[in-house]
Design a protein around this ligand. Sequence first.
Ligand SMILES: Cc1ncc(COP(=O)(O)O)c(C=O)c1O
Length: 451
Amino acid sequence: MTVLDRETLHASLQDPALESIGFLNEIMGCYPDAISFAPGAPHPDPYTELDATRYLDRFLAHAAAESGRTPVQAGRLLYEYGPARGLINGIVADALRRDQGIDVAPESVVITVGAQEAMLLTLRALASSPRDLLAVSDPCFVGITSAAGLLGVGVVPVTDTAEGLDVDALAEACRTARRANRRIRACYVAPDYANPSGSRMELRNRRRLLELAEQEDFLILEDNAYGFTAVPGTELPALKTLDTGRRVVHIGTFAKVCFPGARVGYAIADQDVRTARGSTVPLAAELARLKTAVTVNTSPVCQALIAGMLLEHGGSLAELSRARSALYQRNLTHLLEALDRHTVAGLPDGVEWNRPGGGFFVRMRLPVPVDAALLEASAADYGVLWTPMAPFHPGGGGTHSLRLSCSYLDPERIDEGVRRLVTFLRAKISGATGGGVDGRTDGRTAAVVRR
Ligand SMILES: Cc1ncc(COP(=O)(O)O)c(C=O)c1O
């Protein structure tokens, strides 16, 4: 039998982030009854209202009206390969213009297999030499750092503050790279309620980042996964909305506002690319050319489902996401209130957390190392799970922080989960061992919960 040593395979397979995701999945499997603040997955309740047949019909009626064909003739679109750049680009471009003031032609849109593929393609297109580096906010979504690892692109961590990416630190990183004969080719940032920090980039900071991109000649990869969770009236303009110099590639996903099983996302890439023959094409067209070597095209059936959902909401992303946005605001408020309520009696010194105004995530700092052993104890003895932050820190920090996600839980479970967490922290940080003080379990229950 052929046995391959992992060391002989591509180095990206040794990415510690992959290891920790594997560990987290394993531990969730071992403690299925634990309340888990770990998954950043969308809440499943809205799925019961979804009607795939209706969405497909809606899209086909639209496609037929646009092309002068019958819906049955248009139905062929669903069964064929389809263009690499996508089928629903016009619908997505219209929605972005209407809702976010991002005014681009359909040709500047490429529909991808989730935001993940958009990140991979954009990074592949931009990083053309070993000199090219990707700056990322630190902490950072592992999807982008893993993509960089897969492509062998060097990552430069830049501190993320409560007001978002530290633009001065990024300017310094550009200078440092130049001195080493390298260049920051692109900077990844999720300006709205980032995963995992929950931070939001202030408007002033957004403008400064755009100015720096112009000065230092890099592109910004803007990941807009959580922008829709802002409380109405508190939204800030997307970087792409402010982007007069076409510095921003805007990356979006329908995973959170529709459903992740569709695996549909997009990149808005309206930068001009000069071809060898002297003509210009949008960067999106180049991304689509690369896509033919990755996934060929995004499933037409899945694109049609998403477009049908959008059309049902008047073609408006804001309308489409209104109910979801309210659900996540409710959950986040509940999580923050539960943390306040369960800690009125005090907590050990050094336990603190941020208070994001949107998104799925709250970051908590502890005065003790947050590692696999701590997570195991939390799951086994107190029946509560969360995510250690260290894997999100390409710069090596985060050893004393954890991430709490409120997206997948109902308010009662959030409340009970916080109660367990706080009991655990009191016992653990004050030096007590095991559960049972005021906690949920004793050794016997832990053995039952464990599988
Ligand atoms: C910051 C960020 N970007 C993008 C995504 C989703 O990407 P996809 O569309 O590939 O599911 C996630 C999901 O967890 C995320 O947290």
